[in-house]
Design a protein around this ligand. Sequence first.
Ligand SMILES: N[C@@H](CCC(=O)N[C@@H](CS)C(=O)NCC(=O)O)C(=O)O
Length: 208
Amino acid sequence: MYILYYAPGAASQLVHVALLEAGAPHRLEHVDLEGGQQHGAAYRAMNPHGHVPTLIVDGRPQHECAALAMLIAERHPEAALAPAPGAADRADYLELMFYLANSVQPAFRHWFYPQEAGGDPAAIKNAAAARIENAWQHLAARLASAGPWLLGDRYSAVDLYATMLMRWSRHLPRPALTFAPLAVLAARVTARPAWQRAAETEGLPAWP
Ligand SMILES: N[C@@H](CCC(=O)N[C@@H](CS)C(=O)NCC(=O)O)C(=O)O
């Protein structure tokens, strides 16, 4: 039994949907981010970064949403959330997971928490929005040439991760859904039962 510490629509959503896709038994524990629960001693003892998600795996707290999605894919191969090592599309899978984790999600962190970066918050947000828009261009071009999924003909954790991040852009100057191939991808991913159930459980407003 996994235990997922989550907040609605936060980075924990990737892990929540991956657990549902895998049919993995889990319990949810809500973390009150607005109330600052993530900074309290009890939560920090599990996650010294003060972030969600935290996933308890075999009794141990683990962090980082991308790593957790990859771990779930590895522990539940029957869910087919990732190409197996040695598969032809394994390199693309790793590349895209790390691209989203290293280049795209950190730009969102700058957008939502510009004070962490130091300097002028407006300038930091502008730069973050430009980086995010650039990522949408890159992913949309990829889908246009080799869709319908980001790995081509198979759904994977990459689509899930990208869709969670696309949702985060809904109030940015250039939301992901203004790129037609990304809107198609979001529609496909959000139609899946796992996404729908997670969104309902987390109480998320309809999107897209
Ligand atoms: N690198 C972490 C970042 C997670 C993250 O930024 N979580 C946000 C919510 S999306 C959070 O916990 N924010 C509360 C805070 O920073 O106080 C991950 O990918 O899991």
